[in-house]
Write a protein that binds this ligand. Structure first.
Ligand SMILES: NC(=O)c1ccc[n+]([C@@H]2O[C@H](COP(=O)([O-])OP(=O)(O)OC[C@H]3O[C@@H](n4cnc5c(N)ncnc54)[C@H](OP(=O)(O)O)[C@@H]3O)[C@@H](O)[C@H]2O)c1
Length: 435
């Protein structure tokens, strides 16, 4: 019997293929303390550009997970249920460790999986599930374990960031960039998980659980995607000194944690404002460390396989700890706090081009005690509707929504006002040395 950790890989697609290349490299550290013994995928004969003949083949990943000849299951199939879940449970039930890149599975079933792992003495690690090659999970779980986190904010979906970056750089519409991204294979044929914000929400639920010591709670993430962001929004925001990004944010509030994913305006000096293309990034605001920023490639064969390899090496070196940083029973219950309601906001109106409209808008805002910070109208436009945007001073979201409803009812706009939060650039925390 070998003393090396025996690894079985389920899923030989983009990430699984990258991992097998690492195992095929004699210089890779994965080969020092581990041996790849078994693999599973749907189609044994598919050309994969990697030789799998040396490994035991399993048609069924669950059967591989139940096989006593593997110590670790690497789950790279995907999907929150089905074979990925069944194989993960089968491995943990018999005390075998699991390394997963599957954010949907861990965000939705993380509580049960972490509890099951603890009950059998197994470990479940998922660095690759969030931020691909960017070590966000480890940073929050290990490097910042001595800190108190106040807020985390990230760009966690490369497809959305690519689309927003291309819209701004090329002056192109959301639909145009999305269909090109689908043609090039950067976006899925069904893009809902990405552009609807759900993929970022899965990742946020995982990062928030670790950062704030709570049980993962995907159900309570407020999610808004980028489908409604128009080129007009991007241009008008740019004229006002902002860039639009899909921001996944978790913050401690009122004894709980508020989690929300939404397009937001960032001043050009915000640490996430210049994270472009398919890059991912996370800003953590914690005490006493102060603000930290992590940035890099959030997807792709190499970055994601490198994160899986790091988890495997932690297991082989006996360094792997609890899935969410603490024993499951010590994690706080569900995160129920409402997202922070007060802040500055952007409002875009598609207004009727006639006298009295601006007065009607400012009246409705004044009625809700909302002060306007800046106001911008496109000088040149076609047709009877003209875009007007404004930014507010700090106000409550509820009041702004009430004003937006009143503006819509006043019959001066052609569509409901569009609201987006403005993210402040400053850190909530400072390192102690700067106090
Ligand atoms: N791609 C990325 O950049 C990236 C980044 C971060 C996280 N992830 C996550 O990593 C996981 C894998 O992603 P991926 O992009 O590598 O996926 P992928 O390229 O679609 O590969 C999926 C693999 O799973 C296999 N598979 C599907 N159904 C199966 C079944 N019933 N039994 C056994 N094997 C089955 C497929 O087999 P066949 O090859 O035979 O069809 C394929 O090898 C997902 O959870 C994803 O969210 C991916």
């Amino acid at each position: 019997m070998t003393s090396k950790l025996r690894v079985g890989v389920a899923g030989l697609g983009t990430v699984g293929g990258g991992l097998l290349k690492l195992f095929a490299d004699p210089n890779s550290r994965v080969n020092e303390k581990m041996v790849l013994t078994s693999v599973s995928a749907r189609n044994r004969t598919r050309a994969r550009g990697i030789d799998i003949s040396a490994y035991r083949w399993f048609d069924d990943p669950v059967e591989m997970a139940e096989d006593a000849d593997i110590d670790v299951l690497v789950e790279l199939i995907g999907g929150s249920d089905g074979p990925a879940k069944r194989a993960t449970e089968a491995a943990l039930q018999r005390g075998a460790h699991v390394v997963s890149a599957n954010k949907a599975l861990v965000a939705i079933h993380g509580r049960a999986l972490a509890e099951l792992a603890e009950s059998t003495g197994a470990k479940i690690l998922f660095e690759a599930a969030v931020g691909g090659g960017v070590p966000m999970v480890k940073a929050l779980r290990e490097s910042l374990s001595g800190c108190t986190a106040h807020a985390i904010a990230g760009i966690l979906n490369g497809t959305c960031n690519y689309i927003l970056t291309e819209m701004e750089a090329g002056g192109r519409s959301f639909e145009d960039v999305l269909s090109e991204a689908q043609r090039l294979g950067y976006a899925e044929a069904d893009p809902t998980m990405d552009v609807g914000g759900f993929d970022a929400a899965h990742k946020l639920a995982l990062l928030s659980a670790i950062a704030f010591g709570a049980r993962p709670d995907f159900e309570h993430v407020r999610v808004e995607g980028i489908e409604q962001v128009t080129l007009t929004d991007i241009r008008m925001a740019g004229k006002l000194g902002y860039r639009i990004k899909l921001i996944a944010k978790g913050e401690s509030a009122d004894g709980g944690v508020a989690m929300h994913v939404a397009p937001a305006l960032l001043g050009f000096d915000h640490p996430l404002a210049n994270v472009s293309g398919s890059l991912n990034a996370l800003v953590a605001d914690a005490e006493p460390s102060g603000q930290l920023t992590f940035i890099g490639h959030g997807a792709g064969e190499g970055p994601t396989a490198s994160a899986v390899a790091a988890d495997l090496i932690d297991l082989a070196d006996g360094r792997a700890g609890f899935a969410f940083g603490r024993p499951f029973k010590q994690l706080a219950e569900a995160q129920r706090a409402a997202p922070a309601e007060r802040g500055r906001y952007y409002m875009r109106l598609m207004a009727e081009d006639r006298p009295g409209v601006v007065a009607a808008v400012s009246d409705r805002l004044a009625h809700e005690d909302i002060s306007i910070e800046s106001f911008l109208q496109m000088p040149v436009h076609d047709g009877p509707v003209v875009p007007i945007v404004l930014t507010t001073q700090i106000c409550s979201r509820a009041a702004l929504e009430a004003a937006a409803g009143a503006i819509e009812s006043a019959g001066v706009v052609a569509e409901p006002p569009r609201l987006m939060p403005i993210e402040e650039s400053g850190a909530r925390t400072r390192p102690w040395s700067q106090r």
